[in-house]
Design a protein. Sequence first.
Length: 341
Amino acid sequence: MLSVFASTNLFAQVDLNPKKLNLFDKNTVKPRMRIIIDNDFGGDPDGLFELVQHLLSPSVEIKGIIGSHLKPGDGFDNSNSTALNAKNKVLELLKIMQLQHNYNVYQGSNEGLKDLNTPQQSAAASFIIKEAMREDTKLPLYMVCGAGLTDLASAYLLEPKIADRLTLIWIGGPEYSDIASPPPGYTSLEYNLGIDIKAGQVIFNNSQIPIWQVPRDAYRQVLLPYSSLLLKVKNQGETGDFLGKSVEKIMSYLTSVNYPIGETYILGDSPLVLLTALQSSFEADPSSSQYVLRPSPLINEQGLYEVNTKGRNIRVYKKLDVGLLMDDFYSKLTLFQQNKK
């Protein structure tokens, strides 16, 4: 294999133009999938880390970025326009990275679903439908969500045909009792599911959308040490400084209210990159991470699982290749900064 790669010069012709970043030979590494990124970028900054890493990943074609709403009263943003503020945070980051003209950014709904049958109209929901229903490409479409599911659920309610035209990769949901135990001092309602329980019910209970789920026990595996934040992130130009300050702001607040934050931060949304951009080269799949297939549970009114013997099989990830994920993040961030010097 080494002789083959040597002859094809896989890592030659490095092109690090920040306007169109490609870390590898531009004729070798091309998009293998389309993705739509949906996250509550105005809240926990882990979504911003995921976004930066996806932006620096040439094997994915980002068709759109959606800023979605937060759970009311969660302390991050107490306004009534959290989806708009999330969109603006994305625009701020893109400008810092000099990528503001490269991507379409959409605002999701500022509110969750009122019931299981009525969608929330938004630019985001309309875009999801438009992209999913395209007939001019064979690239598979992944909807990567690191927050609530309002916008995807609304799109599905508006056009149920999207169910067999995309795969949802979702960071959210509590532990499955036969796979993992909940963390100390846990809340039974997991955060992302709690943003919009009804949207979760639409997707899990009522739709046939394929799901790759990364529940709480799995996404908590991705830990960023504060030492690495200082050594490998914050000193990497404007982009690294932006990410570093975003985390330090949260850590400073928690320290001020005497919460023992320790010296790590959970980058819970970054598995969205691991399961898309970092799929294996041959027989493309997230081959270094482990999952189980199980019937999709029913989600009840409290946001808890109930057995659904007739549920379609979904992937539930239980072990993530954190080493691959974080090494890729640090390397891409460093290469991006080196190119800008």
